[in-house]
Write a protein that binds this ligand. Structure first.
Ligand SMILES: NC(=O)c1ccc[n+]([C@@H]2O[C@H](COP(=O)([O-])OP(=O)(O)OC[C@H]3O[C@@H](n4cnc5c(N)ncnc54)[C@H](OP(=O)(O)O)[C@@H]3O)[C@@H](O)[C@H]2O)c1
Length: 427
């Protein structure tokens, strides 16, 4: 069973690393908001990062937002830098779980995972970078298992709604669910919305390096997952979706990689029937197609060269038509934004043999919630951590590097998310 107790030498249930980052500040607020959900209603936590001054400012700001007189007396500050391994080790020795908000993970993530594994801290991140996530599985799974440590990646908007959404759809289906397609729509209010530069940087470097992912995958030496029922048809790279009534493209984030890894784990460890998955995102009307094509062509061209990447990174707003910005969204923009994942599943009723003929039943589910990057992501990350602390016996028996679905399939994470505004329902 996972170690989840604090002690005199390991005093904090949670340490938020990168607490002074754009996302980190909202994770701090979410932890402060939900501290009463910690073990026995008492959560001990600290913030960590490379600047004490910035961290103290974040605590002051969070206290203001939550109308608390202050947080500094109950929350400690730890100074740690990715470039200083001793500082990471000292941080990890004090934490039951490190909530790692320092990205891009391809540059900063591995030393933190290594320090967690070596020093017995569980690790939760919000990476949406398949190359980092799969690389950590390849390099640290067996060491994490030996140490009884859980390294659980992609616990933000990437990819908890998709990964847990597929499991929810499977669990609600009466029979054998054989395939699911998800359609994401994001809505912003009258003032619009955007995504902070941190995610843009992760995307630029991720696309630049995308061919390395294929060679990384070959190293796993995986057999192809068996297909149960009819093979799911891949849609085109741009189509009008009757499901969400708008033009739609394949979803470019980590969801397909994460869902596939979860399905593989469930097939191999629990002899589950695999669910095929296709992920799509709505982009809107004809005007959006023109913008996307123009931005996409510039992006694909520039991302190949180092001068192009520098240009992209210097001017996120210009090259993304305002989707990404150095300032990030305002609180007002965040309050008016929301997301919706519509899942369309098909499969075979209990009386029907999945090896015979076409699927004979359908199911439709929804996962919907608040603004993706800085409201839903902190909720998902913090609820994932609280699930480890409160339900250690429902986690996989061995430590290791896990996807959210693999780690939390048998926990009440979905109920917890429902209570915090990320809602799962059958329609
Ligand atoms: N899954 C999702 O849906 C989702 C949502 C939001 C964000 N994210 C991911 O989260 C990551 C952070 O994004 P962001 O927008 O918050 O970026 P950000 O504002 O640039 O924050 C980066 C953080 O990393 C810290 N940092 C950088 N170098 C460091 C070092 N050497 N040692 C210690 N800390 C260091 C920074 O510290 P300082 O404050 O001292 O500069 C800052 O706290 C990105 O990878 C992004 O893609 C994912």
């Amino acid at each position: 069973m996972a170690r989840i107790e604090t002690s005199s030498s390991r005093p904090y249930h949670l340490v938020i690393f990168g607490a002074s980052g754009f996302t980190g500040q909202f994770v701090v607020e979410e932890v402060a908001r939900t501290a009463s959900e910690g073990p026995k209603g008492n959560l001990k936590w600290a913030v960590a990062g490379r600047s004490k001054q910035k961290l103290e400012k974040v605590l002051e700001q969070a206290a203001g937002v939550l109308s608390k007189p202050e947080l500094r007396t109950e929350v400690d500050v730890i100074v740690a830098d990715v470039g200083e391994p001793d500082s990471l080790a000292a941080m990890c020795k004090q934490a039951v779980i490190v909530l790692n908000c320092v990205g891009p993970y391809r540059f900063y993530g591995e030393p933190v995972v290594k320090a967690c594994v070596e020093n017995g801290a569980h690790h939760i991140d919000i990476s949406g970078e398949p190359q980092f996530l799969e690389g950590m599985q390849l390099n640290y799974n067996s060491q994490a298992a030996d140490k009884g440590v859980y390294i659980i990646g992609s616990c933000g908007f990437d990819s908890i709604p998709a990964d847990m959404g597929v499991l929810y759809t499977r669990d609600q289906f009466k029979g054998t669910l054989s395939a699911v397609e998800s359609f994401l729509t994001v809505n912003s209010g009258p003032e619009g919305g955007c995504i902070h530069d941190g995610t843009w940087q992760s995307a630029v470097h991720g696309f630049a390096d995308s061919q390395k992912l294929q060679s990384l995958r070959r190293k796993f030496n995986h057999k192809p997952l068996p297909t149960v029922g009819s093979r799911l048809r891949r849609r085109g790279s741009l189509f009008f979706s009757s499901e969400i009534q708008q033009y739609t493209v394949p979803f470019m984030g980590s969801d397909p990689s994460v869902v596939k890894r979860t399905q593989r784990f469930l097939v191999e460890e629990h002899q589950a029937s695999p669910v095929q998955y296709g992920a799509y995102a709505g982009i809107g009307g004809v005007g959006s197609i023109i913008k996307l094509m123009f931005a996409g062509m510039m992006f694909w061209f520039l991302v190949k060269f180092s001068f192009g990447r520098n240009l992209l990174i210097k001017h996120p707003e210009f090259f993304s038509f305002g989707v990404f910005s150095k300032a990030g969204p305002t609180r007002k923009q965040m309050e008016a934004s929301s997301f919706q994942f519509a899942f369309y599943g098909e499969g075979y009723t209990e009386e029907q043999d999945p090896s015979q003929g076409k699927p004979n039943a359908k199911i439709r589910t929804l996962v919907q919630g608040p603004e993706c990057g800085y409201v839903a992501t902190p909720i998902a990350m913090v609820q994932a951590a609280l699930t480890i602390l409160n339900e250690p016996t429902a986690l996989p028996k061995k430590g290791g590097v896990y996807t959210p679905g693999a780690a939390f399939a048998k926990t009440t994470l979905i109920d917890r998310l429902n209570k915090h505004g990320i809602q799962f329902s059958v329609i």
